[in-house]
Design a protein around this ligand. Structure first.
Ligand SMILES: Nc1ncnc2c1ncn2[C@@H]1O[C@H](COP(=O)(O)OP(=O)(O)OP(=O)(O)O)[C@@H](O)[C@H]1O
Length: 368
């Protein structure tokens, strides 16, 4: 569901920004510190309920204001746009509204507004801990398989309870066995969904990567978190004594990972920074493409596009993004780095950002 209009209040230096983005490409240009990233941050907030820059909500609420607010109208194929809003208070309280009604949780927003972010920090997908890659997989599975969130929440709860018991110490293997049934049942479900998703995603990824750079040979390997020859039940049973010794559950879907391999070893160790950026972009675009093929349009946020990419690869990335027919927001410090020859048929809007004020730029005015 693309954004038809966006209203941002008190997010960092954006006191009040209201604009109607293109359903296709939106290019936001401005000097360092002008507030470009804050626009993307606001859209991300509306989808995830959190920022991609910091887990501390006070950092993005404008100084000396009590709360920030992001409001949008989401396009839907039939019927009127759907109003959605998120308000975050300095005391941590979060309020989500969809069509005027208070929503139970931010998950309802995430379902309506899938957002993919490509930014310099996206490298963490390769160099960060496995938890970053699990989050990447789980975001995809969440949108791919409607049963997943329930199984995932139940499994997380069971795992947390089990780890609390283990940490307290006084538990025997036989007592633990009684707690493990639910953990195993839901853990198997989580794993099956993740596996099916990665299988589905892999050809998309390979295709996208070959379009960005046909010489890059990279493969994906899903590690489920325990010996792939064993069932989760067998792994949990075999690991009980060790879990008691360690004080936590050492095997299972909580150890899953997505290993990205180049021909000669780990992608992280062999590829250049620019090549890594292409791999990460390909992973994210592949996730988006898969969703689009399922009839679920999404929003791409591309922050600081030129970082680490040469002009040729920037062009390829823009061409690919354009071909997805999604709504895209791209930020850049200068017009030269985003000067891509968008097709005549693509609705491109250029915006200038100056000290937290956003305006449709002359380029955008000529074209609209
Ligand atoms: N809580 C806050 N309240 C008010 N202003 C803030 C707050 N946090 C950050 N700022 C300011 O808001 C601006 C945010 O800029 P932002 O990071 O969005 O800029 P940008 O145009 O993306 O810059 P760059 O090109 O350097 O990435 C900065 O000038 C920063 O000093």
């Amino acid at each position: 569901m693309p954004l038809v209009c966006l209203d941002i209040s008190h997010v960092r230096n954006l006191s009040s920004v209201r604009f109607e983005p293109s359903p296709q490409v939106n290019v936001i240009i401005g000097e360092n510190g002008s507030g470009k990233t804050s626009v993307l941050e606001a859209i991300h907030l509306l989808s995830f309920g959190r920022s991609f820059r910091s887990h501390k909500h006070k950092t993005y609420i404008q100084h000396e204001t009590e709360h920030c607010l992001v409001f949008a109208q989401l396009h839907q194929d039939q019927g009127n746009p759907v109003p959605v809003g998120l308000q975050r208070h300095r005391d941590g309280q979060i309020e989500v509204r969809i069509q005027g009604q208070r929503a139970q949780s931010v998950v309802e927003l995430a379902e309506r507004l899938p957002v993919q972010l490509i930014n310099p920090d996206a490298f963490r997908l390769l160099e960060g801990s496995p938890s970053v890659r699990r989050q990447f997989i789980d975001w995809g599975v969440f949108h791919f398989d409607s049963e997943f969130i329930r199984a995932w929440r139940g499994w997380q709860k069971a795992l947390k309870q089990r780890n609390t018991l283990l940490r307290r110490g006084k538990i025997s293997a036989s007592l633990l066995a009684a707690f493990d049934q639910e953990l195993i049942r839901l853990g198997e479900q989580v794993n099956t969904s993740r596996k099916a998703y990665v299988e589905r995603l892999t050809p998309y990824f390979l295709k996208v990567l070959s379009l960005l750079n046909e010489d890059l040979k990279v493969s994906l390997q899903f590690f489920q978190g325990w010996d792939s020859q064993k069932s989760l039940e067998a792994a949990v049973v075999a690991g009980r004594e060790r879990d008691i010794e360690l004080g936590y559950t050492h095997t299972g879907p909580q150890r899953a990972d997505l290993r990205v391999k180049a021909e000669t070893g780990d992608a992280l160790d062999t590829l250049s920074r620019g090549q890594q950026k292409l791999v990460v972009s390909a992973l994210k675009i592949a996730q988006g493409q898969l969703l689009i093929d399922m009839g679920r349009p999404l929003v791409f946020l591309v922050d600081d596009l030129p970082a680490e990419l040469d002009a040729n690869h920037r062009q390829k990335l823009c061409r690919l993004l354009e071909s997805l027919e999604s709504q895209i927001f791209i930020t850049s410090v200068g017009p030269d780095t985003t000067d891509f020859a968008w097709a005549d048929t693509t609705d491109v809007r250029h915006f200038s950002m100056n000290n937290g004020e956003l305006s449709l730029s002359s380029k955008g005015l000529q074209e609209s």
